[in-house]
Design a binder for this molecule. Structure first.
Ligand code: NZQ
Ligand code: ZN
Length: 392
């Protein structure tokens, strides 16, 4: 077991109608002029944005709105948001939406409070020294950005998708009303469940230290998400299943399931970010399309963990060699993805990638991780290319 730092300063307000407390929470964290940042319009169609702006007006909190954060949010809108906040003297950000709106808001927050080009942080050139205070109303259970320290932005030039992590970016509060996720298309619900699983799996498949307590939390989380994702597939309006998945989404990426290990593997995410940058796919679907190829490439280097996953999470019977059990576990998770209508390769994801595309992604990925990365198995550019090839 390794030592760790666990820091989750986000105040969580969870349950039906929780968004009614938005104004009170903004005040509690010192906001007086708010930029409400959202995505492509689902919050307008659902009426949520109107409810929130009405609340702010009733409570005398002035606000501006900036929509348009797309999935795989873009740098151009971040620059626009920064200019707007500076011009109007905004002192608080409220993201209403999914990971894309939240991440875009975090980037705006860094840009307003730090000198120079905000992309420097995503390009690993320097570190942010502050961020505007940020509150969140979550509308999709997926990224866990509502409690995480990360923000992932795509720069249009060169289609470079990069993440930046800093405790300054952790939201002050997160409002989580499971009912708000009931308007999601089934595909997005499934993408979200995949991402949630993957945030714990990335931390679980490691060769660097483990902790019994953390493993128990991780395995419980994985089993809960798989079970409730299947319930939601049959019954999307099931409140309790929505709630289970939503809370799992936050716990999966707030650091809890990584305590005591080496920080995790993260290569499925790194490989997916290149896919998202180049082909603009939904993050969860991209992860599902790559995971099996990654897992088969690395499982022998992390066999005890893959065996344990198969038995404790996927209910694979303890019969045969460790390798056989591990492979059955990998297959079982892929079967789950198929049941959720998630892709298990690039073709099913709807992508026809040329050899040159694969090489480009492998190269960008290797550059992005500084050469090589991974804990289940350390991967270099050649390994990355082999995994992309296997995933076609
Ligand atoms: O844009 P709108 O109109 O709101 O529609 C969104 C979008 O089309 C829609 N949606 C969201 N809530 C809805 C809804 N539609 C109907 N009803 C609702 N209640 O769903 C679509 C996806 O939304 P998005 O915010 O893009 O999804 P997600 O939360 O999965 O975020 C994905 C982004 O987050 C990054 C991903 O790479 C990707 O760019 N990630 C961020 C992380 C973090 N900050 O910690 C970690 C992750 O690993 C991930 O990389
Ligand atoms: Zn993710």
């Amino acid at each position: 077991m390794f030592g760790f730092q666990y820091y989750t300063p986000t105040k969580v307000v969870f349950g039906r109608g929780a968004e009614a407390r938005t104004a009170e929470l903004i005040r509690e964290f010192g906001g007086s002029k708010v930029l409400i940042h959202y995505g492509g319009g689902s919050v307008i169609r659902s009426g949520l944005l109107k409810r929130v702006t009405d609340l702010l007006e009733e409570n005398g909190i002035s606000y501006l709105t900036l929509g348009g954060a797309v999935p795989n949010p873009r740098l151009k809108l971040v620059y626009e948001g920064i200019e707007l906040c500076k011009r109007e003297g905004v002192d608080f950000l409220l993201a209403v939406g999914g990971g894309s709106a939240i991440d875009s808001a975090k980037a705006i927050g860094y840009g307003v409070t730090n000198e120079g080009d905000v992309w420097d942080f995503y390009d690993y050139r320097r570190k942010a020294k502050a961020c505007l205070p940020l509150g969140v109303i979550v509308t999709i259970a997926a990224t866990g950005s509502e409690m995480s320290d990360s923000s992932v932005i795509t720069r249009e030039e060169g289609l470079v998708k990069r993440g930046y992590s800093s405790d300054y970016g952790r939201p002050k509060f997160a409002i989580m009303d499971p009912e708000l996720t009931m308007t999601l298309p089934d595909y997005q619900t499934a993408c979200g469940c995949t991402d949630i699983l993957m945030h714990t799996l990335e931390r679980y498949f490691t060769n660097g230290g483990n902790m019994e307590m953390t493993d128990a939390l991780a395995e419980g989380l994985l089993r809960t998400v798989i079970k409730n994702a299947l319930i939601l597939k049959a019954d999307p309006m099931n409140y309790d299943a929505r709630a289970e998945v939503m809370w799992a989404g936050s716990l999966s990426h707030n650091g809890l399931t990584g305590c005591g290990n080496d920080g995790g593997d993260w290569m499925t995410h790194k490989l997916e970010h290149e896919l998202g940058g180049l082909f603009d796919v939904a993050h969860g679907a991209g992860l599902a399309a790559l995971w099996g190829s990654w897992a088969r490439y690395v499982y022998q280097n992390c066999l005890p963990r893959f065996r344990r996953f198969a038995v404790n999470v996927m209910d694979v019977p303890v019969e045969g060699t460790d390798e056989e059990i591990a492979l059955k576990g990998i297959r079982a998770l892929e079967d789950f993805f198929r049941r959720m209508n998630m892709p298990t390769n690039l073709r099913e994801l709807g992508i026809t990638a040329t050899e040159e595309d694969l090489r480009t992604m492998a190269h960008k990925c290797a550059v992005g991780v500084g050469g090589a990365k991974g804990s289940a198995r350390v991967l270099n550019e050649e390994d990355m290319l082999a995994i992309y090839r296997a995933s076609r």
